[in-house]
Design a protein. Structure first.
Length: 271
């Protein structure tokens, strides 16, 4: 059936019926509406692809959520594509694929993959993740990783150093270098923007710590870590004094990293 579709006609069709009904629009060839048994009116566009015997039918939307004028306009665009031999469904699927690939290659998405696949097994995983999420993701999270330049990296390091945190700037560069080195073969990067960047050139030479505890301070710490009140943290603090390692290094150590002599047991006292 062919009729000139109008809002008045569509409203009159929106009622239950014995069988579905299709009406083709007289104003636009290839455009029409279908009325279901329940009275739902939906628009469609249908045409044979140029150079093919295949006809393509695409549902546009339901009336009145989609107005008639909008449905006609969308149908006209789709029919022109089909006339040119383009299947709008294939074109839409390709656009979705490209959009998904672009989303997967943003710095934020790459960071998540880097953390899951590489960082999580490292002893310093929490520190790496925390610093990358704090300093890099807020700046670059939505950008394609391929768009990040050496100038972007330098700007971040300079900003952190200018805030008075040279060691944080140094570590941020170290972790950024790891991330981009990991990403280069996986995301088809031509190069890592952290290449040829040295913390010494950006932040300056690392200054050794000059502050050491005096004998009296060591004695105070020793006394503060004895007794039942310090039973939980006392041995840990004393071991730090003995070994001189970083607090995080000792706190995250596992038993396999300790080389302790094996005691065979106490010998029995002799008479």
């Amino acid at each position: 059936m062919k009729r000139t579709l109008s809002d008045r006609l569509l409203r009159s069709l929106a009622q239950p019926r014995a069988a579905p009904q299709e009406i083709w629009d007289q104003q636009l060839r290839g455009f029409g509406c279908r009325v279901s048994k329940q009275g739902t009116v939906s628009f469609f566009a249908m045409r044979r692809l140029r150079g093919s015997h295949k006809s393509v039918r695409i549902k546009l939307g339901n009336f009145p959520a989609m107005p008639l004028a909008e449905a006609r306009q969308r149908a006209r665009s789709l029919l022109i594509e089909m006339q040119d031999g383009v299947d709008p469904r294939a074109r839409k699927a390709e656009e979705a694929r490209i959009a998904a690939a672009a989303e997967a290659s943003t710095f934020g998405a790459v960071t998540e993959a880097f953390i899951i696949r590489h960082v999580v097994s490292k002893r310093t995983a929490r520190e790496i993740e925390r610093r990358i999420r704090r300093e890099l993701v807020p700046r670059w999270g939505k950008r394609p990783i391929t768009s990040i330049t050496r100038a972007d990296v330098i700007a971040v390091i300079d900003d952190i150093a200018d805030r008075g945190h040279p060691e944080a700037a140094r570590q941020t560069l170290v972790y950024a270098r790891r991330l981009f080195r990991w990403a280069v073969p996986r995301y088809d990067l031509q190069y890592a923007p952290t290449d040829h960047l040295a913390a010494k050139d950006l932040v300056g030479a690392k200054k050794p710590r000059q502050r050491v505890l005096s004998d009296s301070e060591l004695a105070l710490i020793w006394r503060a870590t004895e007794g039942w009140e310090a039973a939980y943290y006392g041995p840990f603090v004393r071991l730090l004094l003995f070994l001189g390692v970083r607090r995080s290094e000792l706190g995250r150590a596992v038993w396999g990293e300790f080389n302790l002599p094996v005691r065979s047991g106490r010998s029995r006292p002799t008479a």
